[in-house]
Design a protein around this ligand. Sequence first.
Ligand SMILES: [Zn+2]
Length: 464
Amino acid sequence: MASHKENEAWKEADLAEDRSFRPTRAPGSRRKAPFYKVLQGMPIAVDAFRYGTIPGVTAYFLTHAHSDHYTNLASNWKSGPIYCSADTANLIIHMLSVDSKWVHPLPMDVPTIVPDSGGVTVTLIEANHCPGSCLFLFEGPQTVHAGDSAFKSPFVGSGKAFRYLHCGDFRASPQHVMHPAVKGKQIDHVYLDTTYLDPKYTFPPQPLVISACAELAKRIVSGERVGAPDTNGKRNSTMDAWVIPSERADETVIKQPKDRMLVVVGTYSIGKERIVKAIAQALKTKIYCDAHKTAILRCQSDPELHALLTKDPCEACVHVVPLSMIVSDKLKAYVQRFNGIYSRAVGFRPTGWTYTPPSGSDLSPPISSIISRGQSRSFTHADLKPMQKSTFAVQMYGVPYSEHSSFFELTCFAMSCDWVKMIATVNVGNERSRMKMAKWVERWEIDKKRCKEAMVKPRAADYW
Ligand SMILES: [Zn+2]
């Protein structure tokens, strides 16, 4: 689509996404799908359940089981077959009671023909987001003008093969660009998860944050003074600032069995399991959560996680609770429920919004500095700071953890694969935000042409 046409298509999408729209019971009354929800020239919609039966669409794909991606999907779904990963299939059947006759789990990593699609194949690639999440790589000819958009592709019926990569929600990693379905292939459209396409989002690599949480939990539970004197002989002020002196326990007290520490991790419905698992493994303990959450975790094909689960809250030193529970009064009340078993609690509150960039940060740096700065970032348990209102009995830590790509990771991803066009799928609701994102996409494009490296050198197999 030429840029003038693209602007027109976005205006049309704005109208389609009108928040005041309420479908009526009249036949044909439905919200219209914006152009980026239906693949150009293919009868395929992705994460587009809120639009009901979309004209010309024969295959409805779901990237993962987060509510903003399956809006409107329920037990009464009958608009067509739903394709997704095996874990997502289990989750939507369990959580939404979608009739399993519509749900078609697809294998990961191997190209699979999409029925009634005019010869399109799809490859599912692990998204590094929540359990079951995947990227879809679609390959095939344009055969149909599907969807509600007035803009028609001139390539329909041309026989030319197209390649589209739909990222759903993802945390970009070197594994994505090294995947055999992506590496060395030119991708016509990348539908990009642009949640954090803004240089102010510079949280540290996920694997480092996971190990930092596990290490901190281990140190606190073993009674180690986290605020021990540093090498200069000065006490680390991090913990001293909030530990009320009279409440400080002696090491002898910490070792008493009644002074057991409970680790509580806040999560949404699905996602962040990796932190929970890492902490439980580091503490060599089990994981407890309520029956509702347990059933959701059991939908996921993760035998290692299943083996750690227990129904007995007293047997597990790691509990999983809703994220909103990780506030001082609620956490205090929670640990009091287990009075006599646990006397103290440490709460982890993982959220992508925790990180605040230092004031005076350059918010429009050159691509090369974005990459070099991002690659110099480290993160250890010492970087986790107790939140306000933490006390000796109830400590809380905000964790800069995200299952979406940071701005740096989006940049590495864009610089490391061969794409023709990026289509933003998040924060597209207003023109100003779209313009800001388009500026970065343009800069990636220019720098990519200039740069001779095929990919940004990864620091590890799973992060840049
Ligand atoms: Zn998501």
